[in-house]
Ligand binder design. Structure first.
Ligand SMILES: [Zn+2]
Length: 129
């Protein structure tokens, strides 16, 4: 069965250390360590899209590519949602680390499709608990 409805996905992203990120036209930004959540959608072939997100070596095309190609950054988990991406994004909460990130095609007025949920309670890293 084929459907035109895009599939929504959410990437749980861990940033190990603070980093300077250059995101194409959005310029240079400082990102603190901690947990980030990126919400996107794929209308066609979501499997290929997600495999691409998880691959570090690629031509940088989308804002999220710039983040995921950094050595300090890893994807902890991938979630699939039925709800539209913008409502999932809004329910994610957190703060906006980079205005406009991943929101170029957004018609719902999200400030960013990347959200920062903060550092861990133990102060930053997953490895040193
Ligand atoms: Zn949106």
């Amino acid at each position: 069965m084929r459907s035109n409805k895009p599939l929504t996905y959410r990437l749980l992203i861990w940033v190990e250390r603070a980093l300077q990120l250059h995101v194409g036209a959005l310029g240079r930004h400082l990102l603190g360590p901690g947990l980030y959540v990126y919400t996107g959608s794929a209308r066609r072939n979501p499997r290929a899209r997600l495999q691409r997100h998880l691959r570090r070596d690629k031509r940088l095309r989308w804002h999220i590519d710039y983040l995921l190609s950094q050595p300090e950054v890893q994807v902890l988990d991938v979630e699939i949602w039925i709800a539209p991406e913008c409502s999932v994004n809004r329910d994610t909460g957190g703060t906006v680390p980079i205005a406009g990130f991943g929101a170029s095609d957004c018609v719902a007025g999200c400030a960013s499709h990347l959200r920062y949920l903060g550092a861990t309670p133990w102060g930053g890293t997953l490895s040193k608990r």
